[in-house]
Design a protein around this ligand. Structure first.
Ligand SMILES: Nc1ncnc2c1ncn2[C@@H]1O[C@H](COP(=O)(O)OP(=O)(O)OP(=O)(O)O)[C@@H](O)[C@H]1O
Length: 298
């Protein structure tokens, strides 16, 4: 009797990252354990295509779908796999790779393929902001503003991102908001409200150093106002994987909360700019996504 191997579908965003697509396809072919898995490779044809491709792969019974791209591709593929039996794997090709880094997936193609071959599967949480799913972090305020400017930028990559943040950081203004959280209502200014599921945004910038992606809780970081000293404190703490000082940022844990404001504020999911709103509902989806992670060796 012919034994069918578990099938892996690679969904490649051809616009992401510097590597040539031909090279990526060849390396997949070279490094995949063909004794263990069958596979095919498909390319996205437009922004927003990957969720449909991933849903289709799950319906066809693929054991694993690999997002080959950056965090935008990861978000789209993961959205299509929510609450299915198909696991998400990551072949990082972008500049930030927040989820891959949180899950300790190697940044090298060879290393990431080894993780796929080992096939260790676990479940992680995800969240939604106004119904839109995120896996690394969602947010309201400055982060979303940067996402909106970055989205319209032809140049990508870490250097462009850092230049943009430095240019804009002291020009962006906080706005008054009301946050209903853990049984209380907090009326406050909001420069940025980061809603972390993973510990980092990407590039080892830790917005929520102690976030656990399997605990059913968000780690929220609220910065009410920013000045030069607070900006330096926040940057330093993010890069050294520590919490910022209490006069710079406050941290909360919760599984659901609401934000409202008289003004419209920008929001994002995994760095994808989603527009502006004045009411936000943020919900945790515990253990909602299967992922392939490195086997932890102690
Ligand atoms: N075929 C395509 N043509 C144009 N855009 C696409 C296509 N496929 C996906 N996209 C879009 O490309 C955007 C960027 O993708 P992604 O974030 O994965 O790559 P990146 O920008 O290189 O990585 P990073 O965000 O880490 O810098 C996503 O928002 C996605 O919707």
């Amino acid at each position: 009797m012919v034994q069918l191997l578990p099938h892996i579908r690679f969904i490649v965003n051809p616009k992401s990252g510097p590597r040539s697509n031909e090279n990526v396809v060849n390396r997949i072919q070279e490094y995949l354990d063909h004794q263990k898995y069958s596979h095919d490779v498909v390319f996205t044809e437009y922004a927003g295509h990957a969720p449909d491709l991933a849903r289709q792969a799950a319906q066809e019974g693929c054991a694993v779908v690999v997002a080959v791209g950056g965090d935008g591709t990861m978000n789209e593929v993961a959205r299509g796999l929510l609450y299915t039996d198909t696991a998400l794997a990551l072949l990082p090709k972008g500049s930030g790779n927040g989820l891959a880094r949180h899950l300790l997936v190697p940044m090298s193609l060879k290393g990431a393929m080894q993780v796929i071959n080992e096939g260790n599967i676990t479940r992680i949480d995800s969240g939604t902001i106004n119904g839109h799913a995120f896996f690394t972090a969602g947010g309201i305020g400055f982060d979303a503003y940067i996402s909106s400017v970055f989205a319209g930028n032809k140049k990508r990559g870490l250097k462009t991102y850092v230049e943009l943040v430095l240019k804009e950081v002291l020009h962006y203004n906080h706005l008054p908001v009301s946050i209903k959280i853990n049984g209380t209502t907090l009326t406050t200014d909001c420069y940025v409200l980061a809603i972390a599921n993973a510990a980092q945004y990407g590039n080892n910038a830790y917005i929520a150093p102690f976030a656990d992606i399997q605990d059913g809780l968000f780690d929220i970081c609220l910065v009410r106002k920013l000045d030069v000293v607070k900006a330096l404190n926040l940057s330093y703490s993010m890069l050294t994987k520590q919490k910022a000082s209490p006069d710079t940022a406050e941290y909360f844990k919760t599984d659901a909360f609401e934000v409202s404001t008289a003004h419209k504020i920008m929001y994002h999911a995994d760095g994808e700019y989603l527009g502006e709103a004045s009411d936000f509902s943020i919900k945790m989806l515990p253990q909602s996504l299967k992922v392939v992670t490195p086997i932890k060796r102690t």
